[in-house]
Design a protein around this ligand. Structure first.
Ligand SMILES: *Cc1c(COP(=O)(O)O)cnc(C)c1O
Length: 440
């Protein structure tokens, strides 16, 4: 298995982690601030573990991404699987963006947040007939179709209802995104997309089917991509396909370039949105199509953190700092070997001399390690830490494994903050369970 890219430079220090994040500041008295809110104040009132999101950071990243495309405007559909909280979707809607969804549940969630069906793009390899019908009911504006089989199914469902679905074929460009094996999606051995070589024929076929209208091509090659090379390779292949389709007399209205833009978790040199915009403008220069993107991680990851408290410190072969947050809360380190910066909330802790520590959770799995071999101060029981850049693929991947209730969620906006989801009551874990009558 391919592991996450290891940077060649040393890991950032605690001071460097803070300095690289404009929404974080260390205050001598109040400790770590997110925007203008002391995180200790949130932990005092709400407890830990608690997810905290910065509304200002989400807004400014939405704006930065839109501004990068000033020269050639782009339709933005936020990949809501990264963080689907209604308050996040409100910010997305306020920025004039739509959403990219991957399930019927996400369609209903987006609609509950007031997002118009026309601004929803429906992706995914296994959309059921019920989900397709639901999407048609809600006027979903674009179906990213991933196979000939799905195209046939969508045609039957839509034609049976007397409707026409707008279809973009998601092609698999067979490029390696150079990211972690579990988040690469654009190689021919991944389950995603239509083989590049059969795409033109399927587009022509779609034009003859009832209930569907081919409007374009989509591509999404993976997530946390840190080099522009795979993007450029994929866009070049898409542009070539679009030219072929147009030369054959087909209408191509839109080219959806997907998501995948990586973020700087560990001091990596992540590409800027301007580089993505430049690559798209270059690849599709002279083509009269509407360009679209589906960013998820880039918009949300840096905007969130997970607050945790130290339960105890176990001195064994290594120093194990046992936190009250665990892999059921933040799954990414266990699932993707992901690296998240950890910053103590206390100003004195953040300045103290460091020595290596493993930050682990209390879940009964060896993979319940949130941060390994980190230079950390002597954190005492009760000390608090922030696990950084967890706004994307964080709270949405939580489970209640080990009967651990879902953590609270808070949103900060300037100097204000609110609980946007209270900590789940433990009794809720079994509230919907039933023991059969016949079990005496
Ligand atoms: C997950 C996903 C995205 C978003 O990817 P990020 O890496 O979070 O930007 C976009 N489009 C599709 C089809 C996806 O599955």
């Amino acid at each position: 298995m391919q592991t996450a890219p290891i940077p060649t430079h040393p890991d950032p220090t605690i001071a460097e982690l803070i300095a690289a994040r404009p929404h974080l500041h260390m205050h001598a008295m109040d400790g770590l601030l997110l925007d203008d809110v002391p995180l200790h104040a949130i932990a005092d009132q709400v407890g830990t573990p608690t997810w905290v999101l910065s509304a200002g950071t989400i807004r400014s990243r939405l704006r930065t991404l839109q501004d990068a495309f000033a020269a050639r405007p782009v339709a933005m559909h936020y990949a809501m699987k990264a963080n689907d909280h209604l308050a996040v979707l409100r910010l997305v809607r306020q920025a004039g963006a739509g959403v990219d969804v991957v399930s019927g549940g996400e369609i209903l969630r987006a609609r509950a947040a007031g997002i118009d069906g026309a601004h929803i793009v429906f992706a995914g390899v296994g959309k059921t007939a019920d989900e397709l019908a639901l999407a048609l009911d809600h006027g979903v504006g674009q179906f990213n179709v991933e196979s000939a089989e799905e195209l046939a199914m969508l045609s039957a469902v839509a034609a049976g209802r007397g409707q026409v679905a707008r279809v973009a074929l998601r092609i698999n460009p067979d490029v390696d995104a150079g990211t972690h094996a579990k988040i690469t999606t654009g190689r021919s051995d991944n389950k995603f997309g239509i083989a590049y070589t059969s795409a033109a024929a399927l587009y022509a076929h779609a034009a003859t089917l009832p209930g569907v209208r081919p409007i374009g091509i989509s591509v999404h090659i993976g997530s946390q991509i840190l080099s522009m090379l795979p993007f450029r390779a994929a866009f070049a292949r898409v542009a070539e396909l679009v030219r072929t389709l147009m030369a054959d007399g087909h209408t191509v209205e839109t080219v959806d370039c997907g998501g995948g833009l990586g973020v700087d978790y560990r001091g990596e040199a992540a590409p800027l949105p301007a580089a993505l915009a430049g690559a798209m403008q270059h690849a599709f220069a002279g083509l009269d199509v509407r360009l679209a993107i589906e960013p998820g991680r880039w918009l949300l990851a840096p905007a969130g953190l997970l607050l945790a408290s130290v339960v105890l410190v176990k001195h064994a072969a290594r120093r194990f700092v046992v936190l009250d947050a665990a892999m059921n809360d933040l799954l990414r380190p266990a699932m993707y070997d992901s690296w998240h910066g950890v910053v103590p909330l206390g100003a004195a802790d953040a300045r103290a001399p460091v020595s290596p520590a493993d930050l682990v959770g209390p879940v009964c799995e060896s993979s319940d390690v949130l941060a390994q071999h980190r230079p950390m101060p002597p954190l005492m029981p009760g000390a608090r830490v922030a696990i950084l850049d967890t706004g994307a693929y964080g709270s949405v991947m939580s489970s209640t494994y080990n009967a651990r209730p879902l953590a609270a969620q808070v949103m900060v906006d300037g100097g204000r903050w609110s609980v946007i989801r209270p900590r789940q009551a433990t009794e809720r874990l079994w509230a919907d369970e039933a023991v059969p009558d016949w079990m005496t």
